[in-house]
Ligand binder design. Structure first.
Ligand SMILES: Cc1cc2nc3c(=O)[nH]c(=O)nc-3n(C[C@H](O)[C@H](O)[C@H](O)COP(=O)(O)OP(=O)(O)OC[C@H]3O[C@@H](n4cnc5c(N)ncnc54)[C@H](O)[C@@H]3O)c2cc1C
Length: 158
């Protein structure tokens, strides 16, 4: 590799990719190491049966759960990571989501950080990822959510 990076990021998913983008904006030289290749562009990319039924793009390796039962991970080893297949819904968690939550399948433990810790980064990420939305209409919305940079497509004519 030419030159010496300031930062080496392992994995080019949303986490690694977002971090790389911000660091480069601050003048740092970043290298990303990615274990996967490029996702081949083909008709099956848009075929729900192929993607989720046949699990065409997830690795054939098996992982083990805490009981030792093997399962095939729903992860994607490609440039872009899981963002190659994700639903493109950029969720701004609610304050309650950071507290202990009892779900049908178990307990989601309280987070060591809370909504106010992440709040400034939500605004940055929503701008960076061109999130569409309408602030102020959802009663569960935390206070002080800035207007979304792009309007909700569903409300375009309102
Ligand atoms: C089908 C699907 C739909 C989803 N829909 C949504 C949604 O609508 N909204 C939402 O918020 N979230 C959604 N998610 C979850 C979201 O996509 C993931 O939480 C997010 O993409 C994870 O990003 P990441 O960077 O943490 O990890 P990943 O995307 O998994 O990226 C990790 C990267 O690291 C690489 N890597 C791993 N090990 C190594 C190694 N040893 N050396 C080099 N590279 C390595 C991998 O190949 C991969 O590219 C969805 C997930 C899936 C699978």
């Amino acid at each position: 590799m030419p030159g010496q990076p300031d930062v080496l990021i392992i994995g080019s998913g949303i986490g690694g990719g977002t971090l790389a983008s911000r660091l480069v904006q601050h003048g740092l030289h970043v290298t990303i190491l990615e274990r996967g290749g490029f996702l081949p562009q083909e008709a099956e990319n848009w075929n729900v049966d192929a993607v989720f039924g046949e699990q065409l793009y997830v690795p054939t390796e098996t992982w083990c759960d805490k009981h030792g039962n093997a399962f095939r991970p729903g992860t994607y080893y490609y440039v872009g990571g899981s963002s190659k297949m994700f639903g493109a819904v950029m969720i701004r968690f609610r304050e309650a989501d950071f507290m202990e939550l009892v779900h049908e399948d178990g307990i989601s433990p309280e987070w060591p950080i809370k909504y106010p810790d992440l709040e400034p980064y939500y605004a940055l990420a929503e701008k960076m990822y061109c999130v569409h939305g309408t602030a102020g209409v959802d009663p569960t919305e935390p206070p002080g959510v800035p207007p979304y940079p792009f309007r909700n497509r569903l409300n375009r004519r309102s």
